[in-house]
Design a protein around this ligand. Sequence first.
Ligand SMILES: Nc1ncnc2c1ncn2[C@@H]1O[C@H](COP(=O)(O)OP(=O)(O)OP(=O)(O)O)[C@@H](O)[C@H]1O
Length: 254
Amino acid sequence: MIEIKDLHKSFNEEIILNGIDAEFIAGKTNMIIGSSGSGKSVFLKNMLGLFKPDAGEIIYDGERLNEMDEDRQKELREQMGMLFQHSALFDSMTVEENVMFPLRMFTKMRRKERQERANDILERVNLINLNKKKPSEISGGQQKRVALARAVVNRPKFLFCDEPNSGLDPKTATIIDNLIQELTHESNMTTVIISHDMNSVLEIGETIIFLKDGKIAWKGNNKQIFKTDNESVTDFVYSSELFRKVRIAQNKGL
Ligand SMILES: Nc1ncnc2c1ncn2[C@@H]1O[C@H](COP(=O)(O)OP(=O)(O)OP(=O)(O)O)[C@@H](O)[C@H]1O
Protein backbone atom coordinates (compact mmCIF):
# COMPACT_ATOMS: atom_id res chain seq x y z
CA MET A 1 0.00 0.00 0.00
CA ILE A 2 1.15 3.54 -0.72
CA GLU A 3 -0.27 6.43 1.30
CA ILE A 4 0.03 10.04 0.24
CA LYS A 5 -0.52 12.76 2.83
CA ASP A 6 -0.94 16.43 2.00
CA LEU A 7 1.55 16.40 -0.88
CA HIS A 8 2.63 19.77 -2.28
CA LYS A 9 4.88 20.52 -5.26
CA SER A 10 5.50 23.78 -7.13
CA PHE A 11 7.91 24.85 -9.85
CA ASN A 12 8.92 28.54 -9.87
CA GLU A 13 5.81 29.75 -8.05
CA GLU A 14 3.57 27.56 -10.25
CA ILE A 15 1.61 25.26 -7.94
CA ILE A 16 1.27 21.80 -9.50
CA LEU A 17 0.22 19.66 -6.51
CA ASN A 18 -1.64 21.52 -3.79
CA GLY A 19 -2.38 19.13 -0.95
CA ILE A 20 -2.96 15.62 -2.31
CA ASP A 21 -4.23 12.87 0.00
CA ALA A 22 -4.58 9.43 -1.54
CA GLU A 23 -4.23 5.70 -0.91
CA PHE A 24 -3.08 3.16 -3.46
CA ILE A 25 -4.20 -0.26 -2.34
CA ALA A 26 -2.30 -3.57 -2.62
CA GLY A 27 -3.82 -6.08 -5.04
CA LYS A 28 -5.72 -3.39 -6.93
CA THR A 29 -5.26 -1.41 -10.14
CA ASN A 30 -5.27 2.16 -8.83
CA MET A 31 -5.66 4.84 -11.52
CA ILE A 32 -4.71 8.51 -11.64
CA ILE A 33 -6.61 10.44 -14.29
CA GLY A 34 -6.96 14.10 -15.26
CA SER A 35 -6.49 16.30 -18.27
CA SER A 36 -3.17 17.09 -19.85
CA GLY A 37 -1.00 19.24 -17.57
CA SER A 38 -2.99 18.39 -14.43
CA GLY A 39 0.14 17.07 -12.71
CA LYS A 40 -0.18 13.29 -13.07
CA SER A 41 3.45 12.76 -14.09
CA VAL A 42 4.71 15.18 -11.43
CA PHE A 43 2.71 13.19 -8.86
CA LEU A 44 4.21 9.91 -10.07
CA LYS A 45 7.75 11.34 -10.06
CA ASN A 46 7.29 12.44 -6.44
CA MET A 47 6.19 8.91 -5.53
CA LEU A 48 9.20 7.43 -7.30
CA GLY A 49 11.55 9.78 -5.45
CA LEU A 50 12.59 11.52 -8.70
CA PHE A 51 11.19 14.85 -7.42
CA LYS A 52 11.43 15.99 -3.82
CA PRO A 53 8.05 17.18 -2.49
CA ASP A 54 7.84 20.70 -1.04
CA ALA A 55 5.71 19.27 1.77
CA GLY A 56 3.76 16.14 2.63
CA GLU A 57 4.42 12.44 3.06
CA ILE A 58 4.79 9.45 0.76
CA ILE A 59 4.49 6.27 2.79
CA TYR A 60 5.33 2.81 1.42
CA ASP A 61 3.83 0.02 3.55
CA GLY A 62 4.00 2.24 6.62
CA GLU A 63 7.51 3.58 5.93
CA ARG A 64 8.06 7.24 5.08
CA LEU A 65 10.06 7.74 1.88
CA ASN A 66 11.80 10.87 3.21
CA GLU A 67 12.99 9.01 6.32
CA MET A 68 14.57 6.11 4.43
CA ASP A 69 18.35 6.13 4.19
CA GLU A 70 20.06 5.57 0.84
CA ASP A 71 20.38 1.79 1.26
CA ARG A 72 16.70 1.45 2.14
CA GLN A 73 15.70 3.63 -0.83
CA LYS A 74 17.80 1.40 -3.08
CA GLU A 75 16.02 -1.68 -1.67
CA LEU A 76 12.67 -0.01 -2.27
CA ARG A 77 13.60 0.80 -5.88
CA GLU A 78 14.34 -2.88 -6.39
CA GLN A 79 10.77 -3.63 -5.30
CA MET A 80 9.36 -1.31 -7.97
CA GLY A 81 8.44 -2.28 -11.51
CA MET A 82 7.87 0.36 -14.16
CA LEU A 83 6.07 0.38 -17.47
CA PHE A 84 6.32 3.61 -19.41
CA GLN A 85 4.66 5.03 -22.55
CA HIS A 86 7.48 3.96 -24.79
CA SER A 87 8.45 0.39 -24.06
CA ALA A 88 12.17 1.35 -24.00
CA LEU A 89 13.36 -2.16 -24.80
CA PHE A 90 17.01 -2.72 -25.67
CA ASP A 91 17.09 -3.16 -29.45
CA SER A 92 20.29 -5.16 -29.48
CA MET A 93 18.99 -7.77 -27.02
CA THR A 94 16.50 -10.56 -27.65
CA VAL A 95 13.10 -10.56 -25.96
CA GLU A 96 14.40 -13.09 -23.43
CA GLU A 97 17.56 -11.06 -22.68
CA ASN A 98 15.45 -7.92 -22.22
CA VAL A 99 13.31 -9.68 -19.62
CA MET A 100 16.37 -11.20 -17.91
CA PHE A 101 18.02 -7.77 -17.63
CA PRO A 102 16.52 -6.62 -14.27
CA LEU A 103 17.47 -9.97 -12.74
CA ARG A 104 21.06 -9.45 -13.88
CA MET A 105 21.02 -5.93 -12.43
CA PHE A 106 19.28 -6.58 -9.13
CA THR A 107 19.76 -10.22 -8.16
CA LYS A 108 22.56 -12.71 -7.76
CA MET A 109 20.67 -15.35 -9.73
CA ARG A 110 22.71 -17.56 -12.02
CA ARG A 111 22.11 -17.31 -15.77
CA LYS A 112 20.09 -20.53 -15.95
CA GLU A 113 17.82 -19.40 -13.12
CA ARG A 114 17.37 -15.96 -14.73
CA GLN A 115 16.50 -17.61 -18.01
CA GLU A 116 13.93 -19.88 -16.36
CA ARG A 117 12.31 -16.96 -14.50
CA ALA A 118 12.22 -14.87 -17.72
CA ASN A 119 10.67 -17.71 -19.67
CA ASP A 120 8.04 -18.30 -16.96
CA ILE A 121 6.85 -14.73 -17.20
CA LEU A 122 7.07 -14.71 -21.02
CA GLU A 123 4.81 -17.74 -20.97
CA ARG A 124 2.46 -15.87 -18.64
CA VAL A 125 2.12 -12.98 -21.13
CA ASN A 126 1.79 -15.42 -24.06
CA LEU A 127 5.08 -14.57 -25.71
CA ILE A 128 7.19 -17.64 -25.09
CA ASN A 129 7.45 -18.43 -28.81
CA LEU A 130 9.03 -15.00 -29.44
CA ASN A 131 11.77 -15.22 -26.81
CA LYS A 132 14.62 -15.34 -29.33
CA LYS A 133 13.34 -12.43 -31.46
CA LYS A 134 14.64 -8.87 -31.33
CA PRO A 135 12.19 -6.05 -30.41
CA SER A 136 12.30 -4.73 -34.01
CA GLU A 137 10.92 -8.08 -35.22
CA ILE A 138 7.73 -8.00 -33.13
CA SER A 139 4.61 -5.78 -33.08
CA GLY A 140 3.98 -2.76 -30.84
CA GLY A 141 1.51 -4.72 -28.70
CA GLN A 142 3.99 -7.58 -28.32
CA GLN A 143 6.73 -5.08 -27.38
CA LYS A 144 4.43 -3.70 -24.69
CA ARG A 145 3.89 -7.22 -23.34
CA VAL A 146 7.68 -7.74 -23.24
CA ALA A 147 8.01 -4.44 -21.35
CA LEU A 148 5.34 -5.60 -18.90
CA ALA A 149 7.11 -8.95 -18.46
CA ARG A 150 10.37 -7.06 -17.79
CA ALA A 151 8.60 -4.77 -15.30
CA VAL A 152 7.28 -7.67 -13.22
CA VAL A 153 10.00 -10.33 -13.65
CA ASN A 154 11.62 -9.33 -10.38
CA ARG A 155 8.25 -9.79 -8.59
CA PRO A 156 7.91 -6.15 -7.52
CA LYS A 157 5.60 -5.12 -4.70
CA PHE A 158 4.78 -1.88 -6.50
CA LEU A 159 4.06 -1.47 -10.22
CA PHE A 160 3.93 1.97 -11.85
CA CYS A 161 2.49 2.37 -15.34
CA ASP A 162 2.51 5.71 -17.19
CA GLU A 163 0.06 5.65 -20.11
CA PRO A 164 0.66 1.93 -20.71
CA ASN A 165 -1.69 1.87 -23.71
CA SER A 166 -0.47 4.80 -25.72
CA GLY A 167 -0.12 3.95 -29.40
CA LEU A 168 -2.03 0.67 -29.17
CA ASP A 169 -5.27 -0.22 -30.94
CA PRO A 170 -8.28 -0.72 -28.61
CA LYS A 171 -8.20 -4.52 -28.73
CA THR A 172 -4.48 -4.72 -27.95
CA ALA A 173 -4.90 -2.04 -25.28
CA THR A 174 -7.55 -4.19 -23.58
CA ILE A 175 -5.20 -7.21 -23.62
CA ILE A 176 -2.50 -5.13 -21.89
CA ASP A 177 -5.00 -3.74 -19.35
CA ASN A 178 -6.27 -7.20 -18.52
CA LEU A 179 -2.75 -8.56 -18.13
CA ILE A 180 -1.80 -5.70 -15.79
CA GLN A 181 -4.92 -6.38 -13.73
CA GLU A 182 -4.43 -10.16 -13.61
CA LEU A 183 -0.78 -9.83 -12.57
CA THR A 184 -1.77 -7.26 -9.94
CA HIS A 185 -4.33 -9.62 -8.43
CA GLU A 186 -2.11 -12.72 -8.66
CA SER A 187 0.90 -11.09 -6.97
CA ASN A 188 -0.95 -8.67 -4.71
CA MET A 189 1.04 -5.79 -6.22
CA THR A 190 0.18 -2.19 -5.47
CA THR A 191 -0.32 -0.98 -9.04
CA VAL A 192 -0.56 2.71 -9.94
CA ILE A 193 -1.58 3.60 -13.48
CA ILE A 194 -1.68 7.01 -15.11
CA SER A 195 -4.15 7.02 -17.97
CA HIS A 196 -6.11 9.19 -20.37
CA ASP A 197 -7.88 6.26 -21.86
CA MET A 198 -11.54 5.99 -20.81
CA ASN A 199 -11.72 2.40 -22.01
CA SER A 200 -8.95 1.52 -19.54
CA VAL A 201 -10.66 3.46 -16.78
CA LEU A 202 -13.83 1.49 -17.45
CA GLU A 203 -11.99 -1.86 -17.67
CA ILE A 204 -9.61 -1.72 -14.73
CA GLY A 205 -10.28 1.41 -12.66
CA GLU A 206 -10.62 -0.39 -9.32
CA THR A 207 -9.76 2.85 -7.56
CA ILE A 208 -9.63 6.18 -9.39
CA ILE A 209 -8.46 9.64 -8.42
CA PHE A 210 -9.15 12.60 -10.67
CA LEU A 211 -6.64 15.47 -10.51
CA LYS A 212 -7.61 19.06 -11.23
CA ASP A 213 -6.01 22.37 -10.28
CA GLY A 214 -3.49 20.66 -8.05
CA LYS A 215 -6.11 18.83 -5.99
CA ILE A 216 -8.10 15.62 -6.10
CA ALA A 217 -11.40 16.76 -7.57
CA TRP A 218 -13.01 13.31 -7.34
CA LYS A 219 -12.32 9.81 -5.97
CA GLY A 220 -14.17 6.61 -6.74
CA ASN A 221 -14.10 3.54 -8.96
CA ASN A 222 -15.08 2.52 -12.49
CA LYS A 223 -18.69 1.83 -11.50
CA GLN A 224 -19.16 5.17 -9.77
CA ILE A 225 -17.48 7.33 -12.40
CA PHE A 226 -20.43 7.09 -14.80
CA LYS A 227 -22.88 8.09 -12.10
CA THR A 228 -21.14 11.17 -10.75
CA ASP A 229 -22.50 14.67 -11.28
CA ASN A 230 -19.07 16.24 -10.71
CA GLU A 231 -18.82 18.47 -13.76
CA SER A 232 -15.02 18.27 -14.12
CA VAL A 233 -15.20 14.48 -14.18
CA THR A 234 -18.12 14.33 -16.59
CA ASP A 235 -16.35 16.79 -18.93
CA PHE A 236 -13.34 14.48 -18.89
CA VAL A 237 -15.32 11.25 -19.29
CA TYR A 238 -17.59 12.53 -22.03
CA SER A 239 -14.86 14.26 -24.02
CA SER A 240 -14.64 10.84 -25.68
CA GLU A 241 -17.10 10.62 -28.60
CA LEU A 242 -18.05 7.04 -27.75
CA PHE A 243 -18.84 7.81 -24.11
CA ARG A 244 -20.80 10.93 -25.12
CA LYS A 245 -23.02 8.75 -27.32
CA VAL A 246 -23.47 6.30 -24.44
CA ARG A 247 -24.61 9.16 -22.18
CA ILE A 248 -27.05 10.51 -24.78
CA ALA A 249 -28.51 7.02 -25.18
CA GLN A 250 -28.76 6.65 -21.38
CA ASN A 251 -30.55 10.00 -21.11
CA LYS A 252 -33.02 8.89 -23.75
CA GLY A 253 -33.58 5.72 -21.72
CA LEU A 254 -32.21 3.50 -24.51
N1 LIG B 1 10.70 19.64 -14.20
C1 LIG B 1 9.74 20.57 -14.32
N2 LIG B 1 10.02 21.87 -14.16
C2 LIG B 1 9.05 22.81 -14.25
N3 LIG B 1 7.74 22.53 -14.50
C3 LIG B 1 7.41 21.25 -14.67
C4 LIG B 1 8.37 20.18 -14.59
N4 LIG B 1 7.73 19.02 -14.79
C5 LIG B 1 6.43 19.32 -15.01
N5 LIG B 1 6.24 20.66 -14.94
C6 LIG B 1 4.94 21.33 -15.09
O1 LIG B 1 4.00 20.70 -14.28
C7 LIG B 1 2.70 20.71 -14.90
C8 LIG B 1 2.10 19.34 -14.88
O2 LIG B 1 2.85 18.49 -15.74
P1 LIG B 1 2.63 16.92 -15.83
O3 LIG B 1 3.63 16.40 -16.81
O4 LIG B 1 2.63 16.33 -14.47
O5 LIG B 1 1.16 16.84 -16.43
P2 LIG B 1 0.34 15.52 -16.84
O6 LIG B 1 -0.96 15.58 -16.12
O7 LIG B 1 1.19 14.31 -16.65
O8 LIG B 1 0.11 15.81 -18.39
P3 LIG B 1 0.02 14.81 -19.66
O9 LIG B 1 -1.27 14.08 -19.51
O10 LIG B 1 -0.01 15.75 -20.82
O11 LIG B 1 1.23 13.93 -19.63
C9 LIG B 1 2.92 21.29 -16.30
O12 LIG B 1 2.51 22.63 -16.26
C10 LIG B 1 4.40 21.19 -16.50
O13 LIG B 1 4.88 22.22 -17.33
